[in-house]
Write a protein that binds this ligand. Structure first.
Ligand code: KG4
Ligand code: ZN
Length: 344
């Protein structure tokens, strides 16, 4: 089956053609320059940029895959969670194509797309060896979820953030450190050559709900530290130490809780996906501590938002006989637990 996947939930306009788990094309048009001056994504600017780029991005995805639209078996599109304006752009295009060509339309949960990203591969690459069941740590700019995925479409929520998402904690920390958006790669770059043990930032273990996350205390500690040690008077090495220590606190919590969840449910596999999944220090910590647990991670370019992951989730939904009707609408807030209602 060949599926076109469309993703416009945040600040990436993306379309991809995926056949089984093979990525034939994956076009991603980012908007970094557009939002740079604001230190974060401005929803209205994002929507307008999606409108500008979506047709060319879809056309490029089909062209690069050497695939005519008529040859598609279905069109998958992110319908939520995400920014309403962006979601509407993607859905409008997907619906228009599906109706015009009488193709199945499949509305996809953005985080289910991330969850499927480690299963993707290029045509010349070997099978990545991913399989259900697994514990999934899904860490993006909008979500921090710890799930037990028994099979596709059946997800047990083990924990989630009570305040900021992990990516948001990177983004807000970066802003305080005077670093550009997105904050994750900025902090990771400054942290290189820094000492992660220089400053002992607090870790919120939340003993009662030990698979939940909270990053607000960590953020406040950084703010307090910067009040006492202003950035302007902090030498370059101390700035690197600061970034490394902040990053360490974040990834230590993520890695510790994800591995504890694997032990709790007896899972031999841990899948890590979403933008923060690209963090090298997180990957290293997990590798060091995972022992007999197999780590399932996507290649770096597939960690952040892309159409290929949406296409693959759509392909699996379609295989289960699930498709959306023409009344499909966006769902800017869509709890992942609700996906279980549709599982076969
Ligand atoms: O999944 P994603 O592309 O978009 C959302 O669904 O939100 O994730 C974007 C988030 C941003 O917060 C960004 O700072 C973070 O992922 N990110 C990283 C890295 N690359 C992207 N965080 C830590 N380290 C990275 N290397
Ligand atoms: Zn995402």
């Amino acid at each position: 089956m060949k599926i076109l996947g469309i993703e416009t939930s945040c600040d990436e306009t993306s379309a991809a053609v995926v056949e089984q788990e093979i990525v034939h094309s994956n076009v991603v048009q980012g908007q970094l320059e557009l939002h740079a001056a604001y230190g974060g994504v401005v929803p209205e600017l994002a929507s307008r940029a999606h409108i500008t780029h979506i047709s060319a991005v879809v056309a490029a995805a089909l062209r690069q895959a050497n695939c005519e639209a008529r040859a598609l078996d279905g069109i998958a599109v992110t319908v939520g969670p995400g920014l309403i304006g962006g979601l509407l752009v993607g859905l409008t295009v997907a619906k228009g194509m599906a109706i015009a060509m009488a193709k199945p339309l499949i509305g996809i949960h953005h985080m289910e797309g991330h969850l499927m990203s480690p299963f993707l591969r290029a045509a010349h690459e070997p099978m990545p060896g991913c399989d259900f069941p697994f514990v999934a740590l899904l860490v993006s700019g909008g979500h921090t979820l710890l799930l037990y995925a028994q099979r596709f479409g059946h997800y047990q929520l083990l924990g989630q953030t009570r305040d900021d998402a992990a990516g948001e904690a990177f983004d807000k920390g970066a802003r305080m450190l005077g670093l550009p958006y997105p904050g994750g790669p900025s902090i990771a770059a400054l942290a290189m050559g820094g000492d992660p043990t220089a400053i002992r930032f607090p870790r919120a273990w939340l003993d009662r709900n030990r698979f939940d996350f909270s990053f607000s205390g960590l953020k406040t500690s950084l703010r307090t530290h910067l009040l006492n040690h202003p950035l302007e008077t902090t030498p370059p090495q101390a700035q690197r130490d600061l970034a490394a220590s902040y990053q360490e606190a974040l990834v230590d919590i993520l890695a510790s809780k994800a591995l504890a969840a694997c032990r709790e449910v007896g899972s031999q596999r841990l899948l890590v996906a979403g933008g923060v999944g690209a963090n090298q220090r997180l990957r290293t910590l997990l590798q060091q501590r995972a022992e007999r647990i197999q780590l399932l991670v996507p290649p770096l370019p597939l960690c952040t938002d892309n159409g290929a992951m949406i296409a693959l989730a759509g392909l699996h939904r379609l295989t289960l006989g699930q498709q959306s009707d023409w009344s499909l609408n966006v769902r800017p807030r869509w709890p992942i637990a609700e996906l279980n209602d549709h599982s076969s």
